[in-house]
Design a protein around this ligand. Structure first.
Ligand code: ADP
Ligand code: 5GP
Length: 332
């Protein structure tokens, strides 16, 4: 079904309910940019996802300030709430660092090609190596219903701010330059030459992080527990327990019946031999994003008759029906 003249909605027959809505993009920003780069016709696929997903959190700060330590504490205390965006890097793994968990360790030429192909949300040269956040890294965490945490440098934070992704950004400062140096050396993961380079870069990073208004919040990591408590305050986690991730409501399996005014009527197939007269409205009027990430913002309504004898439309939210919205006939 052609929507907005820029993308075609496709519902896949016999697919899993979390994999049934796809968009074939024919005239979106991504497609048009890549037409120019590749000098040929381009189409792109993006998966349709219900709702917007939780806002990611960007954490930046100079090397050795304690970003990793704070993020580990958050992930340990709130494993169902947060997920880590695994970056790509061309630097060599440290002892105990695992590929695919701490970073995707990669070659520069492979990463440069992927950046050119538009697979990265942001990338930057940091301490002589290339680092970057792939769109897939953020989308995978968001798909699971968790809030994505990005540990990226100030240049990366600036790129994310300029992108369409809405985030909360936090800059972590050391209590003093001497203390930063002490922590970096005590970590013992870099050679003396690398430590010197990281300290030189730290000066500019701290200046930019503090002054540019780039970050929504600035935290000083003096005493670790105090800083962690302040971080939890910013994230409104004070006194809260880990909240299980809200499962994305699955889209209905079925076939298209009609489309009007960016509302698509779907008739559900019979399930396991049971007769089904379920009709759903898939509202695509607020979709955002798209290739090379997901198309988010799909909404879904069920159309009666419901068991309670009500004829109408109910929003499908968290697998329960709420808020009657109108009458089915409005959509024909
Ligand atoms: P980053 O991820 O910012 O490079 P790390 O989390 O690896 O920094 O921390 C660098 C070192 O400093 C680690 O050895 C860590 O244990 C230590 N550290 C972190 N926060 C504090 C703190 N508030 N006080 C003292 N040491 C700290
Ligand atoms: P490290 O080598 O100590 O793991 O990281 C060095 C710096 O690179 C840190 O400041 C970290 O925040 C930053 N970094 C890690 N991943 C990314 C990324 O994907 N993008 C950007 N721009 N910076 C990153």
């Amino acid at each position: 079904m052609l929507l907005n003249r820029d993308r075609i909605l496709i519902l896949k027959r016999d697919s899993a309910p979390d994999d049934c809505a796809w968009f074939l993009e024919v005239d979106t920003t991504f497609v048009n940019e890549h037409k120019k780069i590749l000098n040929t016709e381009v189409v792109a696929w993006s998966k349709g996802v219900k709702g917007d997903g939780p806002k990611p959190i960007v954490i930046s700060g100079p090397s050795g300030v304690g970003k990793g330590t704070l993020i580990s504490k958050l992930m340990r205390d709130f494993p169902s709430t947060f997920g880590f965006s695994v970056s790509h890097t061309t630097r060599a793994p440290r002892d105990k660092e695992m590929d695919g968990i701490h970073y995707h360790f990669t070659d520069r030429n492979v990463m440069e090609k992927d950046i050119q192909d538009g697979k990265f949300l942001e990338s930057a040269q940091v301490h002589e190596n290339l680092y970057g956040t792939s769109i897939e890294a953020v989308e995978t965490v968001t798909d699971s219903g968790k809030r994505c945490i990005l540990d990226i440098d100030v240049q990366g934070a600036r790129s994310v701010k300029a992108s369409s992704l809405e985030v909360i950004s936090i800059f972590i400062c050391p209590p003093s330059f001497e203390e930063l140096e002490k922590r970096l050396r005590a970590r013992g993961t870099e050679t003396e030459e690398q430590v010197q380079k990281r300290l030189r870069n730290a000066k500019a990073e701290i200046e930019q992080g503090k002054s540019s208004g780039l970050f929504d919040h600035i935290l000083v990591n003096d005493d670790l527990e105090t800083c962690y408590a302040n971080l939890k305050k910013i994230l409104a986690l004070d006194g809260h327990n880990d909240i299980p991730a809200a499962k994305n409501v699955e889209l209905p399996l079925g076939h298209l019946v009609a489309e009007m005014d960016q509302k698509v009527l779907i008739h559900c197939r019979t399930e396991l031999g049971r007769p089904s007269n379920n009709l759903f409205v898939l509202d695509v009027s607020s979709v955002k994003g798209g290739a090379p990430g997901r198309t988010r913002g799909l909404n879904m309504y069920a159309i009666g008759p419901f068991g309670d004898g009500v004829n109408g439309i109910k929003q499908v939210e968290n697998n329960s029906f709420s808020a009657i919205e109108g009458r089915a006939s409005h959509y024909y």
